[in-house]
Design a protein around this ligand. Structure first.
Ligand SMILES: [Mn+2]
Length: 345
């Protein structure tokens, strides 16, 4: 077996040892556990990464910051919250539509160009992800990197695409999932541009994915080359093959910490959580009544479901029979009764 030290491994990966790199995340302080789990998983497979973690947060306590540093010593904290977001957007922007659906922390990805005054390359990671492998290959981009959405994503945003048609460049750039974004210093996109574009999208369209679309329109209109990441670096939890992906992304309301089926399918997240010394998630669990997370209850739930699936066709037949011989004649009788009553009026 070939043993390489960290410097050798970086050379093999084509990495400039002088390049300063940062992985950038954002959490509200009640989600410190999610960042803790993400880092615990990341470090298991990425001992060759010598960069920093930059965490945008709305008030992590010093204790929480120490708990995160215990997982990754090279950790930098930057305040980010409602006041900063309001200042960046200006008074006129109405964010209620977006905030009804997403954490305000989605806008912290707009800070990437500013973070790049301290680093050469940044990698934005959502905290609703599970790292299952080495990320070295992701860094092979020049300006921007993201995982493209399938072609059909344009059709679902047809109205926005028409409204902003002049910002689509030659139209060849695919849309992105905003969970993983690589950005290098010296690009043509600024933090101020991103907020301004998002404000336009909020004012002129009904879309809620303003963070992704702002990134897309600025890259497309400025002709910034985008390195398209393989699905395995931002693999939706529901897409086949998630088990072998490098990064699995729990897109939507079901997360690794609150959805029983995901806890059962990805036990490594719970293992990561054990390495986090801080407060764990204590909120409601979704879908535990359908698919419990422990083997005994999961089996019981599955057997229950199986039983009802076998029973349901019989119910269906009884229901159709009842409709034909009981409900319809009754409805006819009621109908004529009502008609009669009306004729007396
Ligand atoms: Mn996400």
């Amino acid at each position: 077996m070939l043993h390489l030290d960290i410097a050798q491994r970086r050379r093999v990966a084509g990495q400039n040892p002088k390049e300063r790199r940062a992985i950038v995340c954002a959490v509200t302080n009640d989600h410190a556990f999610a960042l803790g789990s993400l880092i615990a998983g990341f470090r298991r497979y990425n001992s060759d990464f010598s960069g920093a973690f930059v965490a945008f947060h709305d008030g992590l306590s010093l204790v929480q910051q120490d708990q995160l540093r215990a997982l990754w010593p090279n950790m930098e904290f930057r305040p980010y919250g409602a006041d900063i977001i309001a200042r960046r957007f200006g008074k006129k922007a109405d964010l209620s539509r977006v905030q009804a659906q997403f954490s305000p922390m989605i806008f912290a990805k707009f800070e990437l160009p500013d973070v790049l005054s301290d680093y050469d390359k940044c990698l934005w990671l959502d905290v609703d992800m599970l790292v299952q492998g080495n990320l070295a290959e992701i860094w092979n981009f020049d300006r921007l990197a993201w995982r493209p959405l399938p072609e059909g994503a344009f059709a679902r945003r047809a109205e926005v695409m028409e409204e902003f048609a002049d910002l689509r460049g030659d139209g060849s750039l695919p849309l992105l999932n905003g969970g993983v974004i690589g950005m290098a210093r010296g690009g043509r996109i600024t933090t101020a541009d991103l907020y301004a574009m998002a404000a336009r999208l909020l004012a002129q369209t009904n879309t809620t994915s303003v963070d992704e679309l702002a990134m897309y329109f600025l890259a497309a209109s400025n002709g910034v080359p985008v390195h398209l990441l393989d699905l395995r670096f931002n693999h939706p939890v529901v897409a086949p093959g998630a088990r072998n992906a490098v990064i699995v992304h729990a897109i939507g309301p079901d997360k690794f910490w609150n959805a029983s089926p995901l806890q059962l399918a990805f036990p490594e997240w719970a293992r990561n959580q054990l390495e986090w010394q801080g407060e764990r998630y204590a909120g409601p669990q979704r879908l535990a009544h359908v698919q419990a997370a422990t083997p005994d209850l999961a089996l019981k739930a599955a057997r229950n479901r199986d039983y009802w699936q076998q029973i349901m066709p019989i119910f269906g037949r009884i229901f159709r029979f009842a409709c034909r011989w009981i409900c319809k004649p009754m409805a006819r009788a009621c109908g004529s009764f009502i008609q009669q009553r009306h004729s007396y009026a």
